[in-house]
Design a protein around this ligand. Sequence first.
Ligand code: NCD
Length: 313
Amino acid sequence: MVTFKKDLLGLKELTPEQINLILDTSLVCKDIFQRDIKKVPTLRGKTVVTLFFEPSTRTRTSFEIAAKWLSADVVNLAVSASSVAKGESFVDTVRTIEAMGVDMIIMRHALGGTAQLLAESVQSHVINAGDGVHEHPTQGLLDLFSIRERKGRIAGLKVVIVGDILHSRVAKSNIWGLTKMRAQVTVVAPPTLIPPGLSELGVKVETDLDRALRDADVVNVLRIQLERQTKAYFPTLKEYAQLFGMNRERLRKAAPDLLVMHPGPANLGVEISEEISVHDQAAITEQVTNGVAVRMALLYLLTGGGSKDAVLH
Ligand code: NCD
């Protein structure tokens, strides 16, 4: 039987069997989207806290909806208004929250490794909702789910990840997940935005997007993380858009069934044109929808759910 650890900190630590069970369970969860009443009693009596030290709309809301559809009670902690602002230490803050009987903490933090520190400090389950430039496992999983949904498989697909790899936790989680599921990954970016040691992770590194796209099945376009960039990594946004942006011309030259993905929020006109962001070949809206299903599956599996079909009963 496939089981899970107490926490989900990253895709690096998951096995292909665990990933498959998460994706299969997510598919069952997606069934609830068609229902009039989108609520099942699975997590009744459980309390989930979202603890976001960085601003977020889609990820926090997605977790909240997922927890509510499973009938858990959800508390969103506004961190700036809490005791952290009064100088209480991080560990004290989370222990105080845990002492109130919380079953699961979902945390986003600007520093890599904070999710692990939290997981080691509390008995509650912890899901990492993004820690610095380290990992963003639920985004990686919803990307895998969206690829499998559109393409019918993951193994053997050629997936290009283009953009700000250096500052992207989404890129890291995608690389771990895709390589474990036996996709062929090519990473494309200006040399200044490629972190050292990437090829040791089993991915190809390329600086020419047109060449990489020639036989690609999927392109995952990353946001240029202007807020994390402390120096000039490329001359201008206009030049970046010309060399690394997904636009009509690039889509036309690629395979007719190239799937375009973006984790959002997008800088339209920079890494992706507005036209492509809403194109039939783009899965951006589906990614958001699928995010709820994947997070439902994770809440269920981490809190001890066994069979994938039992989630809805
Ligand atoms: C991602 C993040 O926060 O890492 N966004 C998200 O989860 N909605 C990607 C990004 O910010 O570019």
